[in-house]
Design a protein around this ligand. Structure first.
Ligand code: HEM
Length: 418
């Protein structure tokens, strides 16, 4: 495994690159870079943490406008079950996860995580998932996606500190014996195996796209303070579903949620070098956002909403007749009772050495994701893809569906818990 060249990168970029590489050597390089960082320790009573594994918003920091800010570093660890899911093994998984909660505060300064399970995981049992859980096998939905997550489980680790996500991952798999000073007594070795080729990583943060300008596919023209690769802020509170809205509200998996993860490449050169700022605003938000200059350079004029009034959302078909529609206005047509259905926790990536996005979305049922994604595709609008929001610039190549059970059922749940 080759470590990134320290002398060629800023400290921030170096840490991000180490997360992408992963493993014990990257962890040790990361720890020596981050010696002075104090990570808050976790709770003595993990049972006191929220029953919803996805209850992150209370623990996340907020930006100056009051929007939830996602953690900076993310790792998606793909897992394959290596053992029978007996009660003894379940106890072991629970103990290992509680070790993380004892070691790190449940916060962005510490560690946030979820553990979700694929339809393939549940297939090994005789029983069926209850009707209150909608967890179909992943399908292409739109376009020609033909790679699907068919391993068993996905662990999403997130923290503002790169060494925390690396250390947690290594500690869970027997490669590191202390987590934030706490001895690891139980880990997941022998229960799960990591599916290395499906490990994914990424980051969110102001200035990030510009820092990656040395990389193939990331043009110099990316604005210096843009927080996401395509140049604009994202995740305004009023465009996000609430945690309540995405929570399963009935049956044995009450307080769980479903997770969809799609991975895509982004065609950034064309986006930045062949489009004006005005056209990028029109295609990301709406043509009216561009005409009325509502957005600013990177979205700084917006506060907790995208300024998507009902009229702007309903104008999508008219805008299509005039030649261009915005991604956000188009996707917002899928709102129900005026509310977004998806809680997006996506992050950018340079996995595979090219700019991309791991789009991680929580919703009460996978079908809600499918409906929103089809609405976002906008086939009904009859536009060429380059004028149809951002659809002509993103190329999804993988999809996976997961059930993120409530905390009390997160350790190898059967499909039909009593
Ligand atoms: C590189 C890819 C993408 C970029 C740069 C992007 C960017 C954005 C931006 C800037 C907004 C408005 C601001 C906000 O987030 O609050 C937005 C909204 C949204 N996006 Fe995306 N997005 C991307 C991919 C996707 C994908 C794959 C989906 C899948 C369905 C999606 C669904 C949505 C939804 C549902 C909204 C909120 C609409 C509402 O207000 O109801 N986006 N996106």
């Amino acid at each position: 495994m080759t470590l990134p060249d320290r002398s060629a990168l800023s400290r921030r970029d170096y840490l991000r690159a180490l997360v992408a590489v992963g493993g014990a050597t990257a962890l040790s390089a990361c720890t020596s870079e981050s010696d002075e960082v104090e990570v808050p320790t976790g709770t003595d009573d993990p049972e006191s943490l929220p029953e919803r594994q996805h209850a992150w918003n209370e623990a996340l920091s907020r930006d100056d406008d009051g929007n939830v800010s996602p953690p900076e570093h993310h790792v998606l660890v793909a897992l394959s079950l290596a053992s029978e899911p007996t009660d003894e093994v379940r106890e072991r998984v629970e103990d290992a996860l509680q070790t993380l909660e004892r070691a790190y505060e449940w916060s962005t300064e510490g560690l946030l995580f979820t553990l979700g399970y694929t339809p393939a995981y549940f297939d090994r049992f005789d029983g069926e998932l209850p009707e209150s859980v909608d967890l179909p096998e992943p399908t292409a939905i739109v376009g020609e996606v033909d790679e699907f997550d068919e391993f068993d489980a996905l662990l999403h680790l997130a923290s503002d500190h790169s060494q925390v996500v690396l250390e947690a991952e290594e500690g869970l798999f027997g490669e590191h014996d202390e987590l934030n000073g706490l001895a690891v007594e139980t880990d997941l070795t022998g229960v799960f195996e990591r599916v290395d080729e499906r490990r994914r990583t990424g980051f969110v943060g102001e200035g990030l796209p510009a820092e990656h300008a040395a990389l193939g596919g990331v043009p110099d023209s990316v604005p210096d303070d843009a927080p996401f690769f395509m140049g604009f802020r994202s995740g305004f509170d009023e465009s996000q579903a609430t945690e309540d809205r995405v929570t399963i509200d009935d049956g044995p998996f009450v307080d769980g949620t479903t997770e969809h993860v799609s991975s895509m490449r982004i065609q950034l050169s064309q986006w930045f070098d062949q489009e004006s700022h005005e056209m990028r605003v029109a295609k990301t938000f709406s043509p009216e956002h561009a005409d009325d200059e509502l957005v600013g350079e990177v979205g700084e004029k917006l506060s907790t909403s995208t300024a998507l009034t009902t009229e702007r959302i309903e104008a999508t078909e008219d805008d299509a007749r005039s030649g261009v529609v915005g991604h956000a206005q188009k996707a917002a047509r899928a709102r129900e009772d005026g509310e977004p259905l998806l809680l997006r926790r996506d992050f950018n990536t340079v996995d595979g050495d090219e700019p991309g996005l791991h789009f991680l979305s929580l919703q009460a049922e996978i079908d809600a994701f499918v409906r929103v994604r089809e609405t976002m595709e906008g086939d009904d609008l009859g536009l060429p893809s380059l004028n149809n929001g951002i659809t002509g610039y993103i190329f999804p190549d993988r999809r996976g569906n997961f059930l993120v059970p409530p905390r009390s059922l997160r350790a190898l749940p059967p499909p039909d818990p009593g």
